[in-house]
Design a protein around this ligand. Structure first.
Ligand SMILES: Cc1ncc(COP(=O)(O)O)c(C=O)c1O
Length: 459
């Protein structure tokens, strides 16, 4: 029996009822979060500190994180597999991060001058990612913005190429076709750029050319149609803002070869995959080294820290003053101390072995339940990250993803949350993140709740 494809009226009804029931349990468990939201709305625009904290039915206000667990203001404890949108690879209050930050706070938190730790961090990143020269920023958005500026400055060209459905932060050039609604995004063999945020000039869309993921033919055509005008392409080498979509064999090597053949550069946005996909991120997994790589989220062990790494030639252009990569807090000593601890003490070979074992446990457990209950679903996992896709067929690009019924993911999220597991909200878009401090008992709770979902969908 397949569940989603047939999507009988009965299942449709059951799904809606399940969401309604679970939302009401959810609200009942969080009276103080509700009260705080009402108070917050007087002072915080929209009652939150980032628009993506406005979850349905309400934002969950947190009070504490320890190890693999997080506690909300109502005293509910959750296994934290949200991981702060993928930043929490160390887990909470990891002793190595606490010690590094404590020591640095007492020695001064900001000088706007380099400190020796920055050299150690850059050397370790160079070793892991195979790119020799590095700079630091404070967020993924700043990192991808600098990478795009640098590609333009280095090549003296304006146009960039971006993949439909990839998210690279909230600066203008990449706020195109992040989550475009069909049919506004045009045909698959000639995707149309659609602005993804208000406040961005329409003219920006014409500087950002859109291609599909896993599609070398469209990329070739776009490069040929704009010969000599494309500065470079930015891509999540493994897409992680549309569930998880992996590259087909040879795709990323093909992208690099095509770009270089047209005098354009390649930037990997590894803000999500860097360090979570493995010790050397997606670069280590696929064996393709780009001209530039952007890292953020997990690298700082929970402290804001981000980096841009690149080849001698391209980052050498920064060294020569060809592009000024600047920022008051760049290479901030506290961020550097936390990043160094993350790289050298938290993310050891032993940690990656444990992450792989826990990940396998999650994948096998959920897959077993999918088979037992005959759900139309499958699991995708890369390193410490994973998600359930509620259809049998693998997804190869954004167009294969956009039509998935989000109610399955919302119901799953609610059941996990009410059952003590905090997954990222935003339904089908996000993934779980297993941290260095999770254990089998934590994953067993994820599996138990998933079985409750399967039972509820097939009862
Ligand atoms: C792939 C990717 N790039 C860039 C960003 C932007 O990072 P930040 O939120 O730190 O600005 C994100 C954020 O989710 C991301 O997923």
């Amino acid at each position: 029996m397949t569940v989603q494809h047939t999507m009988s009226e009965e299942l449709d009804l059951r799904l809606n009822q399940l969401v309604a029931e679970q939302e009401s349990i959810f609200v009942g468990l969080q009276p103080r979060s509700r009260a705080l939201r009402e108070r917050a709305e007087r002072y915080l625009a929209g009652g939150v500190t980032s628009s993506w904290q406005i979850t349905t039915p309400q934002a969950i206000w947190m009070s504490l994180g320890v190890g693999s667990r997080i506690v909300d203001v109502d005293g509910n404890e959750y296994v934290d597999l949200h991981g702060g949108y993928g930043a929490g690879l160390a887990g909470h209050a990891h002793p190595a991060i606490v010690e590094a930050v404590r020591t640095q706070v007492a020695r001064g938190t900001h000088f706007a001058q380099p400190t020796e730790t920055a050299i150690e961090v850059a050397a370790e990143l160079a070793r892991r990612f195979g790119l020799p020269l590095w700079r630091f920023t404070n967020s993924g958005t700043e990192a991808t913005m600098d990478a795009i500026h640098l590609m333009r400055a280095f090549t003296g060209r304006d146009l960039i190429i971006k993949v439909e459905g990839c998210y690279h932060g909230h600066h203008d050039s990449v706020q195109v076709s992040v989550m475009p609604d069909p049919p506004e995004n045009g045909p698959a063999d000639a995707p149309v750029g659609v602005l993804s945020s208000t406040g961005i000039p329409e003219s920006i869309a014409s500087q950002t050319l859109i291609v599909g993921y896993n599609d070398l033919d469209v990329l070739r055509r776009v490069l040929e149609a704009h010969e000599g005008q494309v500065a470079g392409m930015i891509i999540e080498p493994i897409m992680m803002n549309a569930g998880i979509i992996t590259p087909e064999d040879g795709y990323l090597a093909g992208v690099k070869a095509l770009l270089h053949a047209h005098g354009a550069l390649l930037t990997f946005d590894e803000v999500k995959t860097g360090l979570t996909a493995g010790p050397s991120g997606a670069i280590g997994r696929v064996g393709v080294v780009p001209d530039l790589v952007c890292l953020a989220k997990a690298i700082g062990g929970g402290i804001a820290s981000a980096a841009v790494g690149g080849s001698q030639e391209v980052m050498g252009f920064v060294a020569e003053g060809g592009y000024e990569m600047v920022g008051t807090f760049n290479g901030n000593p506290m961020a550097m101390a936390a990043t160094k601890a993350m790289l050298t003490e938290v993310l050891t070979d032993e940690t990656y072995r444990r992450l792989d074992a826990l990940s396998l446990h999650a994948v096998e457990g959920i897959t077993g339940t999918i088979e037992e209950y005959g759900l139309d679903a499958h699991v995708v996992s890369v390193g410490a990250k994973g998600c359930v896709v509620f259809q049998n067929e693998p997804v190869r690009d954004y167009r294969g993803f956009v039509g998935l019924d989000d109610r399955f993911n919302h119901a799953h999220w609610l059941l996990q949350l009410n059952g003590g597991v905090f997954l990222p909200p935003w339904g089908k878009m996000e993934q779980w993140l297993i941290s260095a401090q999770h254990n089998e008992v934590d994953i067993d709770r994820l599996l138990h709740n998933f079985t409750s979902l399967a039972r509820a969908l097939t009862a």
